[in-house]
Write a protein that binds this ligand. Structure first.
Ligand SMILES: *Cc1c(COP(=O)(O)O)cnc(C)c1O
Length: 425
């Protein structure tokens, strides 16, 4: 079953029409299908069951409490990269022990907070972080389980800006340095070295990239063990690719699961994966209303009320998202339309030459596969209100992040004394 499908000529999310959803929430808004989140989690959990691997949802892909809550309810752990994400996971019901903390630049404050919350693992990404985590752990009177993020030097990921596992990327420790650094980590008071971690990039479609990286991880683990260092856990990161365009394919789950099972058989380690995008991308759309349609040269611009500040991926990564008219149209009635937002930037384009029917002001469109790295990357640029989010279960809709009022949006600003006085005078 597809969570977003036409019924009686109207695009539905599960059993609710997007016309009804748009009336309730007002446009633009993100809409998530709870059932699809569940189906995807279960499919992935099934594929990795032979490896007895566990899932830590990479919250940065979508950190709405309700989304985290769906996965928490299914038994997922979480991978966080900031104190804000950690707080969200705890609020959404992820047990602290099932939370791991990654990230290339964690502050002492964030580390201290994470240790105080009793999270399960911190992934160390630099030599200085060894000392920082140890210092915070000793201060808290705890021994903190830590893994070392190593860089398997495998190039993967769909775009220059989302590849992270090459030698020249800023993440992790080079494999050659792993023995020395891991040894130091294991010998540091306040730390318990529990394993190694990798994350080679995002939007990976080629299972062979994982094959190469997993082999490197097995070799590194074996080398460390041969030196008498315990490596009970291996964290394989996220990166599983989804199909945004018709020329792309999803990461094949069976192949991925098989590689994990092989790694399990070879190392016996407890395996964890950190998928983000794959779990949420297809379960969300950005619903928007047409403001105007204009012709510029031979290009048809469909100007809508969603913009780059609501969904930055097309502008930032040249990402392509499908665009679906909410009222179904026959293929022969569609012709190229470039979907643009109202923000004052030429780059404010949500889709280039999407096949769309004739559209008029007030018509609704849905930008598909927007559940990952959509709402979380939204801003209020141009003083637009932060985009709201809704979740649908069957035919029920809940607004899971409401649109702020203009007063709320302005309330964090204040005038300096001297201006306020000048204004009063
Ligand atoms: C971003 C990130 C992930 C998730 O990546 P996806 O491509 O969304 O699956 C997992 N682990 C780490 C360390 C990350 O930085």
């Amino acid at each position: 079953m597809n969570a977003f499908a036409y019924r009686d000529g109207i695009l539905h999310v599960e059993n609710l029409s997007l016309v009804a959803a748009a009336e309730r929430v007002g446009t633009p808004f993100y809409c998530y299908a709870a059932g699809e989140l569940e189906r995807r989690y279960r499919a992935l959990a099934h594929a990795i069951a032979p490896a007895r691997a566990s899932i830590a949802f990479a919250v940065k892909a979508n950190s709405n409490l309700a989304v985290i809550g769906v996965f928490a309810g299914l038994g997922s752990g979480a991978d966080v990269v900031s104190e804000g994400e950690l707080r969200r996971c705890l609020a959404a019901g992820v047990p602290a022990q099932r939370i791991l903390f990654s990230g290339v630049g964690k502050t002492a404050g964030e580390i201290g907070h994470a240790i105080a919350c009793g999270i399960g693992q911190i992934n160390i990404e630099s030599e200085t972080e060894i000392d920082l985590v140890a210092q915070e752990a000793r201060r808290a009177g705890r021994v903190m389980p830590v893994a070392l993020r190593v860089n398997p030097d495998v190039s993967a990921g769909g775009h220059e800006k989302i590849s992270t596992g090459r030698k020249t990327d800023k993440f992790g420790i080079a494999a050659e340095q792993a023995p020395a650094v891991y040894g130091r980590m294991a010998a540091t008071e306040g730390l318990e070295a529990v394993g190694i971690a990798m994350h080679i990039g995002s939007q990976i479609h080629d299972v062979a990239a994982y094959g190469a990286a997993f082999t490197r991880m097995a070799e590194i683990a074996e080398d460390l063990r041969a030196r008498g260092l315990p490596v009970p856990r291996i964290d394989l990161g996220g990166g599983l690719g989804v199909a945004y365009g018709e020329d792309e394919t999803e990461m094949p789950l069976e192949g991925y699961g098989r590689l994990l099972a092989e790694l399990k058989a070879r190392t016996g380690a407890e395996l964890t994966i950190e998928p983000g995008r794959w779990l949420v991308a297809d379960a969300g759309v950005l619903v928007s209303r047409v403001i105007t349609v204009k012709q510029a040269g031979n290009r048809r611009f469909v100007v809508v009320d969603a913009a780059m500040n609501d969904l930055i991926r097309p502008t930032l990564y040249d990402a392509r998202h499908p665009v679906w008219p909410v009222v179904e149209a026959a293929e022969e009635d569609c012709h190229p339309g470039t979907v643009a937002g109202p923000v004052c930037e030429s780059g404010d384009i949500l889709a280039v030459d999407a096949p769309l029917p004739d559209l008029a002001p007030g018509d609704l469109i849905a930008i598909g596969k927007a559940g990952a790295y959509g709402a979380v990357m939204a801003s209020s640029y141009n003083s637009r209100l932060l985009v709201p989010e809704a979740m649908v279960w069957d035919d029920r809709l809940e607004i899971v992040r409401r649109r702020p009022s203009f007063e709320e949006a302005m309330a964090l600003d204040s005038l300096p004394d001297w201006q306020a006085q000048a204004g009063a005078a």
